[in-house]
Design a protein around this ligand. Sequence first.
Ligand code: CDP
Length: 206
Amino acid sequence: MTAPFTIAVDGPAAAGKGTISKAVAEHFGLAHLDTGLLYRVVGAKTLTGTDAIAAALALRAEDLAAANLRTPEVAQAASKVAVIAEVRAALIDFQRAFARRAGGAVLDGRDIGTVICPQAEAKLFVTASAEIRAHRRWLELTETGHDVTPDEVLTDVKARDERDTNRAEAPLKPARDAVQIDTSEMSIADAISAAIVAVSDKRPQR
Ligand code: CDP
């Protein structure tokens, strides 16, 4: 059996991590976990009155398939619960177990290369300007029927960037050995190709 191969993909809100991670996982035949969903599940539960730490401790894999996790309200709630040390601690084992599953996995989030999987074999840090990220997220949200203005989405993205970058626990930052990919001027296809090339450099020949 070959050793697991873990790919960590971090970066700010709406940088394209999800699209890139999914494509990279498919290319290399690995499982993919969008760790933002864990925080979104916990954030969504706080909107209906559940305590954040209790929600994180009770999280199950099935919860990640819940509807309505992609709304702007849930995104804000997610980034608010994500500053709580006990919430982050409660979610660590699930993420590490996923990362080390047979064959390996791609995990995307904010602290995968720095805290969750500092030993990941390949690390990417995906960025783009706040304006471009907000525009992409606005297109996604309006296409899925959300009634939001471009300005509201930019304000939301900047507020989350600020909170994610400046928190004490596991702040958003590139790991020292991460390959940075700025997708501001790239097509989706180019960004995916750049990510596959960066990972191929780290992957042993099989
Ligand atoms: O999809 P998008 O980039 O907008 O956000 P997400 O990845 O679903 O993450 C939602 C929120 O969860 C982020 O703003 C972070 O505050 C938090 N998060 C985190 O703290 N650590 C992670 N590994 C993933 C998400």
